[in-house]
Design a protein around this ligand. Structure first.
Ligand SMILES: Cc1cc2nc3c(=O)[nH]c(=O)nc-3n(C[C@H](O)[C@H](O)[C@H](O)COP(=O)(O)OP(=O)(O)OC[C@H]3O[C@@H](n4cnc5c(N)ncnc54)[C@H](O)[C@@H]3O)c2cc1C
Length: 464
């Protein structure tokens, strides 16, 4: 066995690796031919990684077309790396659209706006507000890129609101053959349908036109209540609030309910940075898991009593500021969407399994609602849905925990979030999606050689 590293050596090697990971992707294919130097990639949680042959960030549409035409092997587009599943990893060419960013056009009449595909969602709120627009709904973070978010039907909460993909009214992509294709309901409608949730399997999305609404402010109200009481009242809560969700504290009887509703009231001052990520609370429940998991009754009692320590200030602000949260404790996640009416039963069964098995987990379970849409590969296709997510701290093993919960989602006809961890393959997935065939035909026609298919996608689509 080799000598163990000293702490200093370890730090030196870690900083070297860190510097390597932080290197910007080079912009030209030609650059790399002279100095081949693989740069590792990993996702936000650290569970997915790869060593691509090339990491490229073309600076223009022409350069992107050239790169796609000339890439020697497989190609995978990457956004902000915030997917938990293995959608991105490749040993071929990893393509970032970091130079394709910003607001390109807007229409004051229709309240539509077009953004470059690589635009980080966090950089959309302010320019939209400047032209009197806002996104209709948002996810609980805004670190994703626009093209990355629509590729997986990323969503927020609110039974009257679809995912980001449901707001897309036009997009442009570059296919495996290097063709630049524009699509909308009127133009290339079959491609449009498939490309609104594409898993990055149809090509590289360069522009996205979204249906927005007039700018607005939201009031956020949070309160702790017994999970069972919230579930009994869930029909009222989801109907009476524009955006309602709950974060269920596992191994306790309580959940944090969050309601966002439109208001004309003035904005409240921003939260101090240390309160933004909810770190104090997360630290407490993590500590209880570490020290008291062998004493479930005591842990439950302490967790239940933590509600007496909690107090919540209401917040008012521009919609994009209120929707977006800070998530600075890393985790892995599995999420399934079940038909909305099955949400309460599915959650109750998950909580029972966690309690009966005293399963090791401490991250809250997220419980949200999403409106039905008409997109072939959207988790919300044809049905109003309840999205339920279970999490595990990145340093704890998630496999056993997720494997214990996943069959409960199957029982309720759950469809897995494409960007989150699950174990389904082509056979099970096509049974869950009535318009599966429509998507796979478009994919096959656009990319017959599977240049955009990595190992994970091959499993999803049943390709050799
Ligand atoms: C902390 C955290 C919170 C999250 N919260 C939510 C949430 O509230 N709601 C929710 O639904 N999801 C949530 N997610 C999941 C996340 O929104 C999705 O996985 C999303 O797809 C990630 O976007 P990204 O820009 O990071 O893309 P990546 O993860 O880098 O890529 C995702 C997919 O998009 C494709 N892609 C990227 N760019 C392009 C392009 N230009 N053209 C074509 N395809 C492209 C990739 O090939 C891949 O298939 C969360 C994830 C994390 C880590």
């Amino acid at each position: 066995m080799g000598q163990p590293f000293s702490r200093r050596q370890l730090l030196q090697r870690a900083s070297l690796l860190g510097a390597c990971l932080a290197l910007p992707a080079r912009s030209l294919w030609a650059d790399s031919a002279s100095t081949p130097r693989p740069m590792p990639w990993r996702n936000w949680s650290g569970a997915q990684s790869c060593l691509p042959l090339e990491r490229l960030a073309p600076a223009s549409l022409d350069e992107l077309v050239q790169v796609i035409r000339q890439a020697p092997g497989k190609i995978r587009p990457v956004g902000s790396g915030h997917s938990f599943s293995a959608l991105v990893p490749t040993d071929g060419t990893l393509l970032s659209l970091s130079h394709f960013s910003g607001l390109l056009a807007h229409d004051r009449q229709t309240l539509q706006a077009e953004f470059a595909g690589g635009t980080p969602m966090a950089q959309m709120g302010a320019p939209l507000q400047a032209v009197g627009q806002a996104l209709i709904n948002m996810a609980d973070i805004d670190y994703q890129t626009l093209a990355g978010a629509i590729a997986t039907s990323t969503h927020g909460t609110g039974i009257a609101f679809g995912s980001y993909s449901a707001q897309v009214c036009g997009l442009q992509l570059v296919s495996a053959a290097g063709e630049v294709l524009d699509c909308s309901r009127e133009r290339n409608p079959e491609l449009f349908d498939a490309a609104r949730v594409s898993l990055g399997a149809l090509g590289v999305v360069t522009r996205v036109r979204l249906q927005n609404r007039g700018a607005y402010r939201l009031r956020e109200r949070q309160w702790l209540a017994r999970t069972e009481e919230l579930l009994e009242d869930v029909d009222n809560l989801k109907r009476d609030n524009q955006h309602w969700e709950m974060l269920v504290v596992t191994h306790s009887d309580y959940a944090l309910a969050v309601a966002l509703n439109e208001t004309e009231d003035p904005s409240t001052p921003p939260l101090p940075p240390d309160e933004e990520g909810g770190n104090g609370f997360i630290g407490l429940i993590e500590g209880l898991d570490k020290h008291l998991s062998d004493y479930p009754e005591l842990r439950r009692s302490l967790l239940n009593n933590m509600r007496h320590l909690a107090s919540f200030e209401e917040r008012v602000g521009d919609s994009h500021e209120i929707f977006a949260n800070v998530r600075n404790v890393r985790f892995n996640e599995m999420e399934y969407s079940v038909p909305a009416e099955h949400g309460p039963a599915c959650l109750r069964e998950i909580l029972k399994r966690i309690d009966d098995g005293n399963l090791r987990t401490w991250f809250p379970i997220e419980y949200r609602y999403v409106k039905a849409d008409d997109i072939p590969l959207s988790m919300f296709e044809g049905r109003d849905s309840c999205a339920i997510s279970v999490h595990q701290h990145y340093a704890m093993d998630h496999h056993n925990f997720f494997a214990a919960i996943e069959p409960i989602f199957w029982k309720y006809q759950g469809r897995p979030h494409w960007g989150k961890l699950h174990s389904l393959g082509a056979r099970q997935l096509q049974a869950l999606y009535p318009r599966w065939q429509a998507f796979t035909e478009v994919r096959q026609a656009l990319d017959p050689r599977g240049r955009f298919v990595n190992a994970h996608l091959a499993g999803l689509f049943g390709l050799a």
